[in-house]
Design a protein around this ligand. Structure first.
Ligand code: 26Y
Length: 797
């Protein structure tokens, strides 16, 4: 499928050498790895650029409806391999680099991960962009060009230490600066009424400057743009008076202040902190994007009533929620449309995706901050709220509350469609946070279950499995993932299953070699690789996982010869810098891992490893090598999950609760190929109402009691025995996330996993069935759903 001809490899080699000379100014004898990486990137970029122009031209010619995906986060990772894979040039590049005496893997790994996102929401945006291009939808992603992406994580004595991420300090081949696309944006100031019109005069200004990155779809048939905004000073960036007075540092202050807006990604996806700078970031990128969208619309159409027919703007959570009032401001204040018509047009354009029901993560802004930064928008929000009240006199919900603006309610009221990201989550939206709004607008909420792109999450990260699949059913699955079901008849063919098994084993051996080389840990590739990789959150319950490991360790010590199934528990993930409980869970896992791994009695059967600095590239390494996928959130808390889909697709079995998209994964792969445990969302609610639920659970499970004791009494922190007492007390006390109450069933399910893994043939059949039945979880399917139910837009290829 990807086999290159000698001519392809030759052309690639020439293109690389051309760029080495003319873009990098180096000859082969003096080129560094970075030079080679840049030369190859430019060669690939040339190919993408031609297709990109062709796509843009087609969109203009068709005067097609465009989809705009507004997101504070795009967790895109590395782009070189992605481009090579989608253009089917990976083999040619490998051959060319080898002929040039370069190590292709090292050249590809030289690229820094673009980590412009925290986790699931940002990675989803990246998968969506790729699928929009694969499907040939005229679309743009809009976001912020953060100078510093998500912090890098190191461990010092087991503790998370954050250091700044600096991706832009390395040369970057993918973006084009657009000197012509600049917008001046205001903050603060006052509003006056002149000739019956509200006029906002801000007292602070900043310029948003566009940087474009092409995003190429499968087989290069289409490419869209990711447009990221960088903040620049609006006026003379340099205060000459200060400079002349000898204040050399003060002279640069205006520039520094303007640039602060796009300096750094907020690393917290847990608790909404209501910081002024964050609201500035939100308005900055949303307003710049809307001006850009309106400029494009005005250049193509002269009837403003066409707006909802030609423009779809999707809000990735409430972070760009200011789009509603800003669009109304543009249409009413600037273009002079009646207020009600402005609202209707804006609503026709906007869609809102909700990604969380956790009350502490729902954005609310203080009226005070809002008034200070966006005085006109606050007035508009009040009018939107009033208009909504007038239309629904019996309503029991408001956007404004004394002292606050509720961004979820604002987004809901201003969007024609509101969606959740899994069936369970969408159902819960209707019965919890948006119950009243759903009653008033019963057709507004729809479900769009998340998906992942199979190009990155199979073809690129698991090339051997991709090759087996293509050899078995052809390569149609890459653009129609549900065709993976055609694999099913082969699973009963022992030879085919042997190939499948050998691939999983080779992926595990590769990971084991990497862990030994990079982290000095020795693991047996024959052991079960049990993986939990995701942001640290109490609701995701990494502490349930480590508690089970501790109980297992204790049990193996009691009875070392009971025929245990060897297991490597692998963790990775970052905690928000201010989320101290989550950081303590990381430290506990690291401390416990030292004790457990050093235990000569048990370490043949159990090891625990926490890999530092989880990012997209590490996920690409781990997922193809996993046997067991840990998806163990407290039911009702994980909106969807997308890692869960990547694991199933790559032939890992899930141990999981009935939460988020786990529910749908289990339905698709079959309950017999999924290890279910734990309470349902309803049972969770009921359980919480029982006084002393944790104590009850502990009283009936001596294993749990003993594991909690070990955490409490300093078994893993002998120099500071009280270090984890608060974690033990939390689990044994209020235990809001029901670690104790779900422990016994989790333990049971884990032992069922052990038993199943001992029958490798049967296990691998189940693993292959997971792959064969995961096709529905392609982000292509998700995007088709949005096109149909939310955007009413078409594909052009
Ligand atoms: C406002 C601020 C505190 C904030 C910043 C980032 C709040 C939330 C976030 C990010 C949320 C996020 O990543 N949510 C995840 O979205 C995924 C894609 O839909 C889901 O699969 C996952 O369940 C959900 O936790």
């Amino acid at each position: 499928m990807l086999k290159s001809t000698p001519a392809d490899a030759r052309a690639m080699r020439e293109a690389i050498l051309h760029h080495l000379t003319y873009s990098m100014g180096k000859d082969a004898a003096h080129a560094t790895r970075q030079d080679w990486r840049m030369a190859l990137s430019h060669a690939v970029r040339d190919q993408i650029t031609d297709r990109w122009f062709a796509s843009t031209r087609k969109s203009y010619e068709a005067k097609a409806k465009r989809v705009y995906y507004l997101s504070m986060e795009f967790l895109i990772g590395r782009l070189l391999e992605d481009g090579l894979v989608n253009l089917r040039m990976l083999d040619a590049a490998n051959e060319a680099l080898t002929a040039l005496e370069q190590d292709p893997a090292a050249v590809i790994a030289d690229e820094p991960d673009a980590a412009l996102g925290n986790g699931g929401l940002g990675r989803l945006a990246a998968c969506f962009l790729e699928s929009l291009s694969t499907l040939g939808v005229p679309a743009l992603g809009y976001g912020i060009r953060y100078e510093h992406g998500l912090f890098e994580q190191k461990f010092e004595y087991g503790r998370q230490v954050e250091t700044p991420e600096t991706w832009l300090q390395q040369p970057h081949a993918w973006e084009f600066e657009r000197a012509e696309a600049k917008y001046r944006l205001g903050f603060g100031g006052s509003v006056a009424v002149r000739d019956g019109r509200s006029v906002w005069t801000p007292d602070e200004a900043v310029v948003a400057a566009a940087y474009d990155t092409p995003v190429v779809g499968w087989q290069g048939r289409w490419a869209n743009t990711l447009r990221l905004w960088s903040a620049k000073p609006a006026n003379e960036s340099f205060d000459l008076d200060s400079f002349n007075a000898g204040d050399y540092i003060g002279a640069t202050a205006p520039e520094a202040q303007a640039r602060t807006i796009s300096r750094v990604l907020y690393p917290d996806d847990t608790t909404e902190a209501g910081k002024v700078l964050r609201l500035k970031q939100e308005y900055f990128f949303t307003a710049a994007s809307l001006h850009d969208i309106m400029r494009r619309f005005d250049s193509e159409h002269d009837d403003i009533a066409l707006l909802p027919k030609k423009v779809a703007v999707q809000l990735n959570d409430t972070h760009p929620a200011i789009a509603g009032p800003e669009l109304v401001r543009i249409l009413h204040d600037e273009k002079g449309l009646p207020f009600d018509q402005a609202i209707d047009l804006a609503r026709g354009v906007l869609g809102y995706t909700n990604h969380t029901l956790l009350p502490e993560a729902l954005e609310r802004w203080s009226e005070d901050i809002f008034h200070r930064l966006l005085p006109r928008h606050l007035q508009i929000i009040d009018r939107i709220d009033d208009a909504h009240a007038k239309a629904h006199p019996d309503r029991k919900v408001t956007i404004r509350e004394p002292g606050t603006v509720k961004m979820g309610e604002l987004s809901f009221v201003m969007a024609h469609r509101v969606n959740g990201v899994s069936a369970l989550h969408t159902g819960l939206m209707k019965t919890t946070v948006f119950k009243e709004l759903d009653r008033l607008h019963p057709d507004r909420i729809v479900n769009q279950t998340n998906g992942v792109t199979p190009r990155r999450w199979m073809l690129s990260c698991n090339p051997s499995l991709a090759e087996l699949i293509t050899a078995t059913i052809g390569d149609g699955w890459l653009s129609d993932l549900e065709r993976l079901t055609e694999l099913e008849p082969n699973i009963s063919d022992p030879e085919w299953l042997r190939s499948f098994t050998a691939i999983k084993r080779a992926n595990k051996a590769e990971l084991a070699a990497w862990m030994a080389a990079e982290h000095g840990v020795q693991v047996d590739p024959a052991a079960m690789f049990d993986v939990q990789i995701k942001r640290l959150h109490e609701y995701k319950r990494q502490h349930l996982n480590i508690l089970e490991a501790i109980a297992l360790w204790q049990e193996i010590r009691d009875n070392p010869d009971a025929g245990w199934t060897p297991r490597i528990k692998i963790f990775a993930g970052k905690a928000a810098p201010g989320y101290f409980f989550a950081k303590d869970i990381i430290r506990l896992i690291n401390d416990a891992s030292r004790v457990i791994n050093d235990d000569p009695v048990t370490n043949k059967y159990l090891k625990v490893i926490f890999l530092p600095n989880y990012n997209v590239s590490l996920a690409e390494r781990l997922i193809p090598a996993a046997d067991l996928s840990e998806q163990i959130s407290t039911a009702g808390k994980e909106a969807s999950g997308t890692g869960n889909m990547k694991f199933a697709l790559n032939g890992a079995l899930t141990i999981g609760t009935l939460d988020g998209a786990n529910v749908e994964i289990r339905e698709h792969v079959g309950p017999e190929n999924f290890f279910l445990f734990g309470m349902t969302a309803e049972e969770v609610e009921a359980r919480r109402r029982i006084d002393g639920h944790a104590a009850q659970a502990i009283a009936t499970d001596p294993r749990l009691a003993r594991a909690i004791d070990a955490v409490r009494n300093g078994t893993f922190s002998p120099t500071e025995p009280g270090r984890y007492a608060h974690i033990a007390n939390n689990i044994a006390g209020a235990d809001y996330f029901l670690v104790s109450s779900d422990f016994t069933d989790y333990w049971r399910a884990q032992r069922a996993v052990d038993a199943a893994f001992r029958d490798q043939d049967q296990w691998m059949r189940m693993a292959a069935l997971n792959t064969a039945r995961s096709g529905w979880f392609s982000s292509d399917r998700t995007i088709r759903g949005y096109l149909r139910d939310v955007w009413e837009a078409e594909t052009l290829v």
